[in-house]
Design a protein around this ligand. Structure first.
Ligand SMILES: *Cc1c(COP(=O)(O)O)cnc(C)c1O
Length: 368
């Protein structure tokens, strides 16, 4: 028998979350961001749940090919554009829309031979200082692109660094709006956090939103708001089973480094999930986990293939817990109880994004 671990991708939850993102900015078209293999869900597995999107945005050319292989003929946007000149050949062949964020990419486009006009998203660095033209050079870049026969349409784009936190988007938005005021073209500004938190901002005109994490059921601004606050549903469940139970006495320790010491007699469960499955090793004692659909906690360190959990409250509540009992690392238990991935991520000092993206290859994954 294989190890009892399994991940499940929930199609109905993807559909629900997509509808939530749409509802937050109902007049805008929506790029479903499916980079990093649909945030670890698998592009092919997530596709059905996300096919109501207006387009798919990603950055790896092989992933763009996979979206086309699924039969998607609608828009596909490369969020970082071409990495080298020959990438533009694939853009022409597959009809990919692509970001232009630096002068070299315009040079490459100017030298590119094609009969198919390209749709480009001209990216401004409005303050995040990662990708994009500085405001002072943005309009010149627009003029240059606009003169190229290879370019059919130019859209205007920027990305916010703080849409999820108090600092907000005002400063970047002002820079973007001031610079682009009289330029033609559609606008694309909002990631998940901006879509959920700032869509009512009258200065934020976005023709295309670009939600990612929201689609996958994680709150972009956790812990200020939870998935439940935004009415999002988990799209990935990582489930396993108990493979052993230990009764330990006061003073006994659990796991590598003996990092946990029992303050009283306890029942410990051993679940078949470890850091080689993508469960973060930084999760320590106290990390929430569900056993038989009931919330309890991790005790001791995460091993490569196992975690140890406190069964004492589970047993006390009369929930049967023995070999074969369901353990939910994140997502939805079969009794319907949800353990948000954001809470597990927080216990590891990270964000839900990282956990879903790090789901290991070895975990068998099904779609429901
Ligand atoms: C990843 C990404 C997004 C989506 O961000 P979320 O926080 O997951 O919504 C949007 N735009 C760009 C340019 C990105 O790289």
């Amino acid at each position: 028998m294989p190890r009892p671990i399994q991940a499940t991708i929930h199609t109905a939850a993807l559909r629900h979350n997509l509808a939530r993102a749409h509802a937050a900015a109902p007049d805008a078209k929506l790029w479903a961001v499916v980079k990093a293999n649909a945030y670890g869900h698998g592009i092919e597995r997530a596709f059905d749940g996300l096919r109501a999107a207006d387009g798919f945005a990603l950055l790896d050319l092989a992933e763009a090919q996979r979206v086309r292989d699924l039969g998607w003929r609608g828009p596909v946007l490369l969020l970082e554009g071409a990495f080298e000149p020959r990438d533009l050949e694939l853009c022409s062949r597959l009809g990919l829309w692509h970001t232009v964020h630096c002068a070299q990419q315009i040079d490459w486009l100017a030298a590119h031979k094609t009969n198919n006009g390209h749709r480009v998203f001209l990216k401004m660095n409005s303050g995040m200082n990662r990708l994009g033209f500085a405001p002072a050079s943005y309009r010149a870049a627009f003029t240059r692109l606009n003169a190229l026969p290879q370019v059919e349409e130019i859209s205007l784009m920027t990305h916010f660094s703080d849409a999820d936190v108090t600092k907000g988007i005002a400063a970047q938005l002002a820079v973007f709006n001031d610079t682009t005021r009289d330029l033609p073209g559609e606008r694309s500004l909002s990631n998940s956090a901006a879509t959920l938190r700032h869509s009512a901002n009258p200065d934020l005109k976005t023709d295309w939103t670009r939600p990612g994490i929201t689609l996958y059921g994680s709150a972009p601004d956790f812990p200020e708001h939870t998935d439940a606050h935004w009415d999002l549903q988990p799209t990935m469940t990582l489930a396993t089973k108990l493979i052993a139970v230990q009764a330990i006495s006061t003073g006994a320790t659990v796991g590598y480094g003996s990092s946990f010491t029992a303050p009283a007699p306890m029942t410990i469960g051993v679940a078949a999930c470890g850091y080689a499955d993508g469960y973060p090793r930084h999760c320590g004692t106290g990390t929430p986990i569900l056993v038989g659909g009931m919330r309890t906690r991790l005790v001791g360190r995460v091993s490569m293939d196992m975690v140890t959990v406190d069964l004492t409250p589970v047993v006390a509540a009369g929930v049967p817990a023995g070999i074969g009992t369901e353990v939910t690392c994140w997502g939805r238990a079969s009794n319907g109880t949800v353990l948000p991935i954001d809470e597990v991520a927080q216990a590891a000092g990270t964000v839900g994004y990282e956990l879903m993206c790090a789901l290991a290859q070895r975990v068998p994954t099904v779609v429901d």
